[in-house]
Design a binder for this molecule. Structure first.
Ligand code: ATP
Ligand code: MG
Length: 760
């Protein structure tokens, strides 16, 4: 038996599987088989070393990665021997469902998503009479998330003394509200688990003894609170195995700390470090190009990565006039690939910001190419789905004020803001929103009509509460939607709305609710509870609904592509200001992170990689002109096809220039506009502002030129080094420097005055 677990691995992977010491660090580049080694190590522990599965915990970055690992383990071990494989968040939920009473919450706590969090904060700010101008709810949310990522409770923040006391006070109040509602936000899941282990020694040692092996994938993207959790779960007998690649650290903006992986061996003395150097995923061309990009980072540990795979096709670089052309090119090319017999599920299109997806979607729809998009509004965050789920949440946890407030007047029952305000005022006295509804009636605080409506709502919920125990979940949900008047109202709209759009939208919502019920049926057939269901939904990202067996193209942000692989990959929008994102400014740590993101994107490709950039792009209705991304210039030209000197591409559209002085590239303007887009695939999508009519760019769409007419991308010839391509121009006058990629010797930086360059 041991044969098949080890024969499909190379020597260092085998060592990682067989290592028996207390701490192991697997540090290696993309596609080198880290995840595979980790999975096989788990299988080996169970199969050959007789470690009981329940004594092993494997932590992954996404639920999808967890599902994939479970699938692999099932193949290696069989279904009845599966260990605990989950994300940090799911792990914490599981621990807290058993232990949270130590912290004064009850076990049926609700998990708030980003929307609930924002709503709660908005209410809080309103109560404290703080206007949106003074403090945006999103900014407060960011402050709180940041503190939680660092493992800081409000009290710990105060003790540190680094933050604004007014913000800390709001953080404290917010926590108080959540606790009152017996609710936890995402950050709390980790923060409270850490707090639990720190405060209750008996609980800590019980969990430490339980796990003999703790294994963590994508370790470069752990943040401080996750690292702390790992430390707290590691007892004297626990074996640790962490796996990652510092070159793929792309979540520092969200609090991930790469020092966790780079300093791991300092915290765990005697750590065995194993490096993997063979890449099995990509062609030699793709690997070389990706390495050339990431190598430009200064603060980086050198590493070797090679492959036995063939050189394969050159990377296809496509320069397009604008974003619509780019989308059309991609859709056409996908159509061509399909006709050549490629499967759509083998194709992925990546972009830097969610806003880029719209034109891509339209182009694909235009050609009738099915696609699955990840990172728009999540299914479970859609209005009608949230409404439906909030009914369930209120039934399961009557203290969940966010849920109850959402549905008390949805669909409209004539319960107004003033009435709700009265109820909210009694919330803490009554111990929850539903209890406050009863108290407000008892005390006769409301007028007759309002009281009658609130009583109607309370009775409706009580009635549903009785059905909660009797009915299977899908039946209960269908009843709720019907008897609350929710679906009847939508049905009416679907038939009678004034505009075709309105009717279409109502139909779409009804379809979504149908889909929700189908999902519930699947869940119930596995014999699981309503509580379980809500928990699964709360932790679900739309990436998890991805079914690789279905024939369709994948569309996603570069951030969500981590850990995945596809035979054919398109990376779009390789433009200065967009990718690297303008938020990264002119350099520094943020630019390094963009570069790593580019490395992550490129190394997802197995067989063929397409890179594209548009010379101008519509950003909220305004044209922005972007130079090609500096990352393109880092790729050796020999690995790129379609590389054209940008200056010979004629502009396809003429735009009148209201302000010729504004410079060739309106990067600053783009910076402001693009920066309002969310980087994270899990972020809420905001409706873009209405398009503006003005055109805020100049006619010139070419890359910058120097005074002497030398352009980026120009082909030149040097007496000694031969032909080359201009990669960078810096400085001016006598001090002007030019960086040229020469076919013979690679990149050279020369003082232009003495370089003696001739047109190539
Ligand atoms: P990433 O850094 O992107 O997470 P990784 O290092 O985790 O990558 P894996 O996803 O484990 O790499 O492996 C990449 C690909 O190489 C997978 O398709 C995997 O099945 C294959 N692979 C890994 N090790 C071997 C091996 N020893 N022999 C053959 N194929 C392998
Ligand atoms: Mg991996």
């Amino acid at each position: 038996m041991i044969g098949d677990l080890l024969t499909s691995l190379n020597e260092p992977q085998r060592q990682a599987v067989l290592y028996e010491g207390p701490a192991l660090l697997l540090l290696a580049g993309a596609g080198s088989g880290k995840t595979r080694a980790l999975t096989h190590r788990v299988a080996h522990l169970i199969r050959e070393r007789a470690v009981p599965p329940w004594r092993i915990m494997a932590v992954t970055f996404t639920n999808k990665a967890a599902a994939e690992m479970r699938e692999r383990l099932e193949l290696l071990l069989g279904r009845d021997k599966l260990p605990w494989v989950a994300t940090f968040h799911a792990t914490c939920v599981r621990i807290l469902r058993q232990e949270i009473e130590h912290l004064g919450y009850t076990r049926d706590f609700t998990i708030y998503d980003d929307q609930d969090q924002l709503r709660q904060l908005r209410d809080l700010l309103k109560e404290r009479k703080i206007t949106e101008k003074e403090l945006k709810p999103r900014a407060l949310a960011a402050f709180i998330d940041n503190a939680k990522n660092r493992g800081l409770t409000p009290r710990a923040c105060l003790q540190q003394g680094a933050d604004d006391p007014a913000l800390i006070e709001l953080y404290r109040l917010y926590q108080q509200r959540l606790k009152q509602g017996n609710a936890l936000d995402f950050g709390d899941l980790l923060l409270l688990t850490v707090q639990l282990f720190e405060e209750v020694a008996a609980v800590r040692s019980r969990w430490q003894e339980r796990f003999a092996h703790l294994l963590i994938d994508e370790f470069q993207d752990t943040n401080r609170v996750q690292y702390r959790l790992m430390q707290l779960l590691t007892g004297p007998q626990t074996h640790l195995c962490v796996v990652g690649d510092d070159d793929q650290s792309i979540y520092r903006w969200r609090g991930a700390e790469v020092t966790n992986i780079l300093g791991f061996d300092r915290d765990y003395a005697g750590t065995r470090i194993i490096r993997l150097e063979q890449n099995y995923r990509s062609t030699r061309t793709i690997l070389e190009a990706a390495t050339a990009v990431v190598e430009k980072n200064s603060d980086r540990r050198a590493k070797t990565l090679w492959t036995d795979n063939p050189a394969g096709e050159v990377i296809h670089l496509e320069t397009l006039a604008d974003d619509l052309d780019e989308a059309r090119f991609i859709a056409t090319e996908i159509g061509r690939l399909q006709r050549q017999g490629e499967a759509l599920r083998d194709i992925a299109v990546f972009y830097r910001t969610n806003a880029q997806s719209r034109v891509l979607e339209e182009a694909l729809r235009g050609r009738r190419i099915p696609y699955a998009m990840f990172g728009g509004v999540k299914f479970y965050a859609r209005q009608e789905i949230k409404d439906a789920l909030c009914y369930l949440r209120t039934l399961v946890n009557p203290a969940d004020a966010m849920a109850a407030r959402r549905i008390i007047n949805t669909p409209a029952r004539g319960i107004g803001a003033a009435t709700i305000e009265r109820i909210v005022q009694l919330e803490s006295e009554a111990g929850g929103f539903m209890a406050a509804c009863r108290l407000v009636l008892e005390r006769k605080h409301l007028g007759t009509a309002a009281a009658q409506r609130v009583r109607g709502f309370v009775e409706l919920m009580e009635d549903f509460g009785q059905r909660l125990v009797r009915l299977p979940l899908p039946q209960l949900m269908a009843d709720i939607l019907q008897d609350s008047g929710y679906t009847p109202l939508l049905q009416e709209e679907a038939q009678q709305a004034l505009t075709a759009d309105g009717r279409q939208e109502a139909k779409g919502r009804l379809d979504n609710l149908e889909q929700l019920l189908t999902g519930m049926e699947e869940h119930t057939s596995q014999g699981r509870s309503v509580q379980d269901y809500l928990e699964q939904v709360a932790l679900m990202t739309d990436l998890d609904q991805h079914d690789p067996a279905i024939e369709r193209v994948t569309l996603m942000t570069l951030h969500s592509a981590k850990g995945l692989e596809y035979p054919l990959v398109f990376i779009t929008g390789l433009e200065e200001g967009l990718f690297p994102h303008s938020r990264s400014g002119s350099g520094g740590a943020d630019l390094d992170e963009e570069r790593r993101l580019c490395y992550v994107g490129m190394t997802r490709a197995m067989r063929k990689l397409y890179l594209s950039h548009a010379r101008r792009r519509r950003v909220y209705g305004t044209w922005q002109f972007n130079a090609p991304s500096r990352f393109l210039a880092d790729i050796p030209p020999a690995l790129l096809s379609g590389y054209r000197e940008p200056s010979i591409v004629p502009p396809t559209t003429t735009v009148t220039a209201p302000n010729p002085q504004s410079g060739v590239h309106n990067l600053a303007g783009l910076a402001d506009l693009v920066a309002t887009d969310e980087m994270d695939q899990s972020a809420e999508v905001q409706a873009p502002p209405p398009p503006t009519r003005s055109v805020s760019a100049t006619t010139a769409a070419d890359p910058p030129t120097d005074g002497g007419g030398l352009r980026l991308g120009a082909r030149v010839r040097h007496l000694k080094f031969g032909p080359g391509v201009v990669r960078r121009l810096e400085g001016s006058g006598d001090q002007q420097k030019v960086t040229v990629y020469f076919n013979s010797v690679g990149t050279k930086k020369l003082l232009l005055k003495f370089a003696g360059l001739m047109p190539g």
